[in-house]
Design a protein around this ligand. Structure first.
Ligand SMILES: C[S@@+](CC[C@H](N)C(=O)[O-])C[C@H]1O[C@@H](n2cnc3c(N)ncnc32)[C@H](O)[C@@H]1O
Length: 222
């Protein structure tokens, strides 16, 4: 796995890209990113849930979750970039969903929540830039209630060796431009969750061949 961009630099990168993040990420993934978010929310969130969207960024997944929980549910959006969250807040107001959300800031690697705080926990493309993605995934699992679901979408390595080689060469170049890569690299976190006792419910690969995503949902045994 490629070494992570340092946290302070990563914060500066997201402060700089916040205004163009949605179209840039959509373009780089040929808009398959939104399909990943939809799958995650569809398979993880139930009406009435108390949800955590970790690394929620500009709020694309947060908004989908807020729609699905209904008026009796609630979504906490958590991120370390106030600039990304400012975009999410505007979108929440425009969608008339801000009453079902709150926004909190901090580090995903050390969440300020007790164990078993949320019915469902989401992370779309936010484990990929973390210094230690598996630690981040276990932290999300920690705050999930027994019987609750964790839904994740993250960048993954291409399975075809030729495409893998090409993707690595492309990433060697893009990695020099953090404003384009946004610190995201292929990661693997599901094995750590399974070792922690998570029960796998759903797994699918999607995205463009050079830039695939893994979408998965696990349940914390009750
Ligand atoms: C690629 S964006 C994904 C945003 C959103 N979830 C989506 O689906 O588009 C990654 C997000 O994770 C946030 N992030 C990265 N590292 C973080 C950390 N250690 N703690 C909290 N947020 C972090 C960034 O600020 C950014 O908003």
């Amino acid at each position: 796995m490629r070494a992570a961009v340092a946290p302070q630099k990563l914060k500066a990168v997201y402060a700089g890209v916040a205004g163009r993040y949605d179209w840039q990420h959509g373009l780089l993934t040929l808009h398959s990113d939104q399909r990943g978010r939809e799958l995650v929310v569809d398979r993880t969130v139930n009406r009435g849930d108390r949800v955590l969207d970790a690394g929620g960024g500009t709020g694309s997944t947060t908004l989908l979750a807020a729609g699905k929980v209904g008026p009796e549910g609630h979504v906490t959006q958590f991120d370390f970039s106030s600039q990304m969250q400012a975009v999410a807040r505007e979108r929440a107001v425009a969608a008339g969903l801000s009453g079902r959300m709150d926004f909190q800031s901090g580090d995903m690697l050390a969440l300020p929540y007790a164990e078993a705080s949320f019915d469902s926990v989401l992370s779309t493309y936010s484990l990929c830039p973390l210094f230690d993605p598996a630690k981040g995934a276990l932290e999300l699992y920690r705050v999930l209630k027994p019987g609750g679901r964790l839904g994740v979408a993250h960048s993954a390595s291409p399975e075809n060796p030729v495409i893998y080689w090409l993707a690595e060469r492309l990433e060697d170049i893009i990695w020099h431009f953090p404003g384009i890569s946004m610190g995201c690299r292929a990661v693997s976190v599901l094995p750590a969750l399974l070792r922690a006792g998570a029960r796998p419910l759903f797994e699918r690969r999607l995205g463009v061949p050079l830039y695939p995503f893994l979408v998965f949902v696990v349940e914390k045994p009750a």
